[in-house]
Design a protein around this ligand. Sequence first.
Ligand SMILES: C[S@@+](CC[C@H](N)C(=O)[O-])C[C@H]1O[C@@H](n2cnc3c(N)ncnc32)[C@H](O)[C@@H]1O
Length: 275
Amino acid sequence: MDDRQFSQFLDRLDLSWQGYRKVRKGVKKRISRHMQRLGCYTLEEYFHILDNDSAVLREAELLMTVSISRFFRDRYLWQALEEVIIPDVIERYSEEINVWSAGCAQGQEAYSFKIMWDMLKTRFDKLPQLQLWATDVNPDYLSKAMEGVYMGSALKEASGEIKATYFRTSEDKLLYFIADHLKKGIIWETYNLIREPPPVKKFQIIFLRNNLLTYYRQEIKEPAFLRVVDSLVAGGFLIVGTHEKLPLQTRTLSQFKRYSYIFQKLNNPADSFSF
Ligand SMILES: C[S@@+](CC[C@H](N)C(=O)[O-])C[C@H]1O[C@@H](n2cnc3c(N)ncnc32)[C@H](O)[C@@H]1O
């Protein structure tokens, strides 16, 4: 499959060339193999099947998911969470907070939050009850997340203390197993950001990093993004990837301090967006 064909294929699935540019080699291979399995010699034949068989279309969509992630990805974001965001949220919501890792891949982001939360127990007398949702469109990633087994490379941004406290390793030290107590209380759900309404509508913190805003075309991400923002409480925080931009200008969200990837939902009830 050449780049022109790949670009046509991305268009068919409403995905963005920009998002897949760097990872296209591996993704093209997966799609070429899928075409071979289906006996398709041309893209036209492949499109014909995708147009007429929703199960095959879903297979193709799942083959296009990219699961690259790691614990405490973008360490400075986690520092901002620990030092500024969480203390603010805890002060305003002393009983319960709802957090959503949307497009959680194999759980690295959700478990990072759990670890941070556990570490905060020594700093605060009382923490609110944590409800943590972790969702992904790809059920295989969620199964892996629930197992909680990782290669060392997934932990390259985690400190030695975190590795020693929250993981045990295999004898050859190649694999890291997450501590069982961290697995408890996470609500894992298969969920498609572009097709379904958010799981609940009262999140204080939403992680929407390196998925919707990177991989989808503009027309697709705008309505999905609005649904995500709608599920934040006023005063809640939306965290996007450090290289991502919001898909539309909004007066409902404002950048939080100097952090270009953290947005706070304003209390203004007149939600208004400009496209
Ligand atoms: C590159 S990973 C990012 C993981 C994590 N958020 C991070 O920043 O480290 C992207 C994840 O988004 C998921 N994803 C892609 N499209 C999605 C959709 N429409 N709905 C839900 N999840 C989606 C993929 O399956 C993949 O696990």
